[in-house]
Write a protein that binds this ligand. Sequence first.
Ligand SMILES: NC(=O)c1ccc[n+]([C@@H]2O[C@H](COP(=O)([O-])OP(=O)(O)OC[C@H]3O[C@@H](n4cnc5c(N)ncnc54)[C@H](OP(=O)(O)O)[C@@H]3O)[C@@H](O)[C@H]2O)c1
Length: 287
Amino acid sequence: MKTVIITGATSGIGLETALKLTLKGYFVIGVGHSRENCDMAIEQIMRRNPEAKTVFFSGELMQQRELKRVAFELERYLAENCNGELYALINNVGGVRSWYQTTQEGYEQQFALNHLASFMLTYRLFPYIEKALGRVIMTGSNSHKGIKIQWKDVMLKKGYNPLTAYKQSKLCNILFAKALNDRYRRNGIAAYTVDPGLVKTNIGNKQTGKLVNVIWSLRKKQGVSPEIPAETYVFLCESRDAPKGLYYYLCREQKYSKEVTNENADRLFELSEKLCGIKYSDLVTEL
Ligand SMILES: NC(=O)c1ccc[n+]([C@@H]2O[C@H](COP(=O)([O-])OP(=O)(O)OC[C@H]3O[C@@H](n4cnc5c(N)ncnc54)[C@H](OP(=O)(O)O)[C@@H]3O)[C@@H](O)[C@H]2O)c1
């Protein structure tokens, strides 16, 4: 049985993807924010698929210390129960903020949660992915288009605009997937970014102010059910030969921003390593 880890698996796109992958026979390790929400997610999955094989781990992924603890638990679990192999890591966790807020490390929260958490977790789980010749899948967004990385102020501290911060974090997702492919395709690892489209979830109603809450409550009414984007993750996991593209929407390869260049991907990779205090080259078998 192949093992898949999904972050942000307690609601919305992540929960639906977790359910669908259990129905396809994968062992799904969900990661959620609180234990309570993880238990509710397990209940929902088991109600809809009584045969599901799933466990959940919880933690505050925005804070690096907490993320390291969760990563340690996942590593131990994979080593003891999954033959040390991880077939797919779905970096789906994400959130929206209304104001400039920072993590314990002083990093802007959307940048930290939507990008750095995935960057760091992928690093920690890399040996297990490598052993399985696995796949890394980010949840990106069409909103990554029409924006550049603000290299001189990547945390966007000056004149903070929450929407710009969100879009930039989504551009980071696809730049990270590109960097992984450029570096590690030859090791048998494939990375992708999924654009889920506009999806009816509560993302804009969590930890946001009144204005964002109201706008999102209206906007999400136009969104599709999370079942629709979940199909694209299933497609990327199920394809026997790793699909060649980088960016997928509705199971099809799509065009992405012209900001997704080698130079930007390398620059973000190096900056993220510095911000997380890690070096991928320390653990990867260079081929
Ligand atoms: N909805 C859309 O239209 C849309 C469009 C494009 C991209 N996306 C992307 O899709 C992904 C999933 O979002 P969604 O729309 O499905 O929203 P969602 O239902 O709110 O899912 C977000 C998930 O992340 C978890 N989470 C949030 N903050 C966390 C933290 N600090 N530590 C650990 N877990 C945390 C949430 O857990 P709790 O609920 O327990 O906090 C939840 O499981 C995000 O990356 C988002 O950027 C969404």
